[in-house]
Every structure is written in structure tokens, then in C-alpha cells.
Design a protein around this ligand. Sequence first.
Ligand code: MSP
Length: 738
Amino acid sequence: MGDRKDFLITYHLSPITYHLSLITNMTFYVTTPIYYANSLPHLGHLYTMVVADVIARSKRQQGIDTFFLTGTDEHGINIERAAQKNKRTPKEQADYVVNYFKKMTDAFALDTAHGGYDIFMRTTEPFHYEGVSELWRRVAKAKTPKGRDALYKAHYEGWFCAPCAAYKTEDEYAKPANAGDAPTCLIHETKLDRVSEESYFFRLSDYDEALIALYDSRDFVRPEARRNEVKSFVAGGLQDLSVSRLKTSVSWGIPVPDDPNHTMYVWFDALTNYITAIGFGNAQQEKKVGFEKFWPALHVMGKDILRFHAVYWPAFLMAAGIEQPRAIVAHGMWVDPTGRKMSKTLGNTIELDVLNKFFPIDAIRYFCLREMVFGQDGRFGYENLIDRTNSDLASGLGNLSSRTLTMIHRYREGKIPAGDIADENRLAAKRAGVEDETGISDFIGHARDEFLRYFDDLAFSRGLEECWALVARVDKMISDAKPWDLAKDASQRQTLNAVLYRAAEALRWLAVMLYPVMPNSAAAIWEQLGLSDQVSKTDPRELRWGDLKPGTEIKEVKPLFPRIDKAKTMEEIKQDSAEQKSEVRGQRSEEERGSSPTVREGSSDAGPSSTQGSGQHATEADAIPGVASYIDIADFARIELRVGEVKTAERIPKADKLLLLSVDVGEEKPRTILAGIAQYYEPESLVGRKIVVVANLKPRKLRGYESQGMLLAASIGEEGKPVIATFAEDVPNGARLK
Ligand code: MSP
């Protein structure tokens, strides 16, 4: 009925819309952002991929022809700079990061071979150049809804944040302390570049009404709170957008068609990947994938880049006369325990190799979806992840599965028994706490419907709660009925059969429902239940109670989620992350003990009495905030702190925690410094950075190198994640810190 109503309404509105909606109901296209190819992925990037992967798997499971895109954004000043620092070409820089990304997607089973993405899109693909150029040409010819040219050339003057790849208005940067200095980006806390040059502009200001009409016409931006945010941003008035840079300023990018002195703005280039990947502007790619077949897409991204997707992208598409995306879906950000967004620039990321080393993939996926209320920010903590894995997975789902299957082996020789109860046995069954079949089948049917509704609504956490309510219900039935007692009483044969059948059938349903979130565990339950078809292709909407065939031979029982020893694992994680830190700190020689360096804000010559209070930042992981034992100014003066510039940085073979740095501290030759930060910093991200070096530390041999100093870093959180101390203003190498 619902479909028929939709049909009538849509058809009434426009036969073309109806035609498109028919096509798009048979196919589905979901995207993640394409990630910058200048730094390596962390939990945040993984999260968006997992969300998109879950959506793609749900659709495929329902028989919908689905295309899932992820990839990398490879042009622009950031990549150019990263490449320069690493003495690579920009393409080599991108290849390096892509290589790492692909290893990551493989390790987390998100790649094509594991049933994950269909394309790893790269903006350096020649077919992408063709498609973007085609889009540009269309926009260049277009008129705005207010009848003016959509594209025009003018002069631009303003502040540009390279890490954001965006111009910043006054409310988006922090003013410099000294007049004449550059302001600082509020997100990245890095300096902005002054840009003053000729540029092409997109007349975004003419699109406000059309955009608001789009937001009002349907569920275009999701969740609701984000839609309101975007709407009020647009209603506040839009400024035209500079969409090119002079080639002399940014050469690593796609040239503007017919005006090669200009390079396209990286966001114009990047957003267009969503259509070029499936064939827009390139016949071969169209044949391979199919723009006609798959467009429009559902774009999933973090709220940090919502504006680009919900304002700029729809406006570009309007200008080019291309159908709008299916929806723009923005999730919240993973933040650190202090509430700051996880990012490489801030050095507070959760590293994927640590996650991968200590946790099963399915536990990470489950945690991501269960813990983060979709759309809101979520705090990540390893302890939390361990608790959820142990309670929900090891004791919950895992235990239900192994106890059920073990009892079928033990009491029914490994064959699924029939679940019906003859009339004469009903009373005994009821007394044993086994509810009648309609009770459990209604409950499970309702849980499935709710689960699907929540997932459609992107309320993954709520959907999973439905599944765990089912786990709890079946667990309770088993505990109430006590199959181990029933097995001793021949007259209770049918009651025992009924308990075992219901538990096994519930497990089958759970495997189907949970497959998109936990593909490995769902497949394991499926296989252990002795089912031969594929859980990945079993449509949860078509599950029917009783389809599990009595007599099916189950397989060997294997534990799904071994319990994680919390104390031991936390210790190992801590060690893994902190070993390198202690290696840095371990460089402190004996004589420094008891006088660990503290760096104070404010005046350098303030006397010891003023060290009390909030201005003090201890550099030790375990320093007690507030009152530490005082040192004399003379003690402090013994420590020679100097500004250093990282000249080169590289990993040391077989020492995964250490980086080998050469640091210019204003002397004849750079110093060699070993720092235990390899798990938190990419070597290339450090080159060119100004740091603080303890310059008069006794040299120390480590792994065959002589370390001639120590760098200072804050120590964050339980694992003592290092965040390197640096400067907000330009400082000469070798300058002394007092
Ligand atoms: N290259 C652009 C996107 C262009 S899309 C046409 C870009 N890249 S990025 O590498 O910075 O990736 C940003 C995205 O990574 C976020 O929108 C989000 O999907 C993911 N995340 C990065 N950090 C994150 C968190 N701390 N938490 C959750 N997601 C995060 O922007």
C-alpha cells in the first residue's frame, strides 16, 4: 500500500521523478569522503568507512545492486607541501598514502575482496580529469537561478587555511598576537596563508533560495539537526566562492579548461569524484560502472565537511543541470577524552594498528555503531571498547551462540530438533518457562521490524539495542527452562526440543540482522548452524519464523568472541603506545631525576612562587597536576631548551616505536635525536616542524644510534599519547627557551 501511495504522489508531481525513483530503488550508491592523501588514516576515517560499509552491506543483503565508493583526494597545496618536505613528487606522495590506506582497508576487511567497497577512487585518475573538466565547462556556461553567469573572473584577497583547503572568514580564525602576523585556523591551530590573486568565482550567492527549497523539499540533509544547521547557514546569506588558484600558487591540481594558468579549487575537483567515479564525462568508466545506473548517491561524511557537501556540491550540480544526491548524511566526530576532535594535526588520534592488534574487527565495528549515537560526537576509550566487547559480545551474543550449539551437540547429537509442542505437553512446557511459539515469533518479528526501521533511519545504536533485547530474551528463556535438568527427564523431551529450536532459530535471525555490522561473526554463526546458503544474501525482510529446518546438522562450535582480559590488555596497549614515550623520556639522565623539566606559561623570569596555579604544564605523563615539588630557578636554568627544526625523519627498521630525526638546533650540523613517537606521528608530517629540544642532555645510545637530545611533548590520556610541543609564531632555530 505504502509503495502504491508513493507511486501516485510522485507520479502526480512529475513523471520524470517517478521514473528516476524507480531506477534508484533497484540500485543504490553510497560514498565516504575521499580522504586527503597527505596523512595516514585513523579511527575517524575508519568510522565513516564502516558506516558506509554497513549501509552497502544492508542494501546488498536486500538484493539491491549497490555501489560503494571510497578513496583519496590527491590534489592541492597540502599534498604539494607534504611531497616537497618528503622529497617526493606529489603523485609519489599520494601513492605512498594510498598504499597505506589499502593495507588498512584490507586489514579491516573493507576492500572489494572482502565484500566492501567497489571502487577506491583517486582524483589523479585520468578519467576523473576528463569528468571534472566537463563539469567545469557546464558550470562555465550556466546561468544562476537569478539569471546571471554562474562563473566569473575577479580578484581575490583573503586568508586561506591549507589543511582545511578553505578560505576563512573573521569568525573562523584567531587573530594573531602581534599585528602583521598571520591569523590561526580555529580548527587546525595552524597559520593561514594570505592569498591575493586573480580567481574564478562561482556565484554561490545566487543559489540561496534554490538551496533552501531543496532542503525543504525532502530529507536531503540528515540527521534533522544538521539540516537545520545548514539551512540557517544558507539563510544567513552566501558569499561567492573562489574556485580556482593561480597555477603559480597551486600547481598540483586540475587545470581550468581553456585557461591553464588557473588550477581548479581542490573542493570543486574532489566533490566531483562522486560522479566521475561512476562514469560522468568518460564513456569507458560509464560503461564499467554507470552514472545513469547508480546516480544519485547517498553521501556519508563527518559533520566537519557538511557545508561542502550540503551547500557547495548541490549548487555546482544545480548549475550543471545534474540531479541532486539522494541525501547528505553527516555523522558526529570521535573526540579524545578531553573533547577535542581526533586529528593528526592535533596528534590525538587512535591508531588503527593498535586497534587491529588488540581487537577483533567485528568488535570494533560493533563498538563504532553501538557507542556513537549517530550524528552526535562520541568519546573513544579503550576501556569502554573492552567492556562492550566483553559484555555485549563475549558474554552476550557469543555466549548465547556457544551455549545453544553446545547443548544441541550434547542433547540432540548435533541435529536441530523440531520445535513444536504437542497439546498434551503444552502445560509442562509452560511450567518450565517456555512460552508458546506465537509469543517468541511475534517478539522476534517485531524486533526485526524495529531494527530495520532504525537502520533505515541511521539510528544504528537503537537498532542494535533491539538485537540485544532479543539476545537477553532468549538467554532468559534458556536460564528459566534449565535444559540441563530437562535433559534428565524423558517426559520433557519436547520441552527441551522447543527450547533448543527457539534458541537456534533466534540465532539464525540474529545472524541475518547483524550481518552488515558484524559480517565475520554472522557468517560464523551461520556456518555453525549448518546453513549452506549465504547470510550475506539473506534478506532480513523475508525472514520467517520456522524456516530453520529440523534435522539440520550443526557444525563444530567455535567461540565467537574470546573474553578480553581488561587489566592485561590495557597494560599492553599502554605499553605499546607508551614504550616509545618512555624511550624518549628514558633519555633523561640520572642527574635529572627529581627535577623533571616543566614549562610554564607566562613570564620566563617569574620566581618559583608563581609556579603554583593553572599556568603550569607538567611534561611527564604521570605528573600530578597542581603542586609538584618546587625547583629553584637555578635548577631550571641547568636545563638547556632550544628551538629545533626537524630536517629529516624516518622510521627505524625493527623498532616500530622509534623515529630517527635530524634536528637543526642552530649548530653547525643537525643533531640526531631518537624519539619514541613513531606510532603517533608520520615521519613526513614532522619535517619542517619547529620543536623544543632538551639540548644539554647526556647523549645516549639507542638501537645503534647516538641520540643527542630529547624533544618535549605533552603526554595525553591514559596511554600517554605524545603531542609535540611547538610554536604558534615563527622562531629561529637554536633560540633558547627561558
Ligand atoms: N578530502 C576531504 C574530503 C573530500 S570529499 C569530496 C577531507 N578529507 S579528510 O581526510 O580530512 O577526511 C575528513 C573525513 O574523515 C571526515 O568528514 C570524516 O568522515 C572522517 N573523519 C576524520 N576525523 C574524524 C573524527 N575524529 N571522527 C569521525 N570522523 C572523522 O576532508
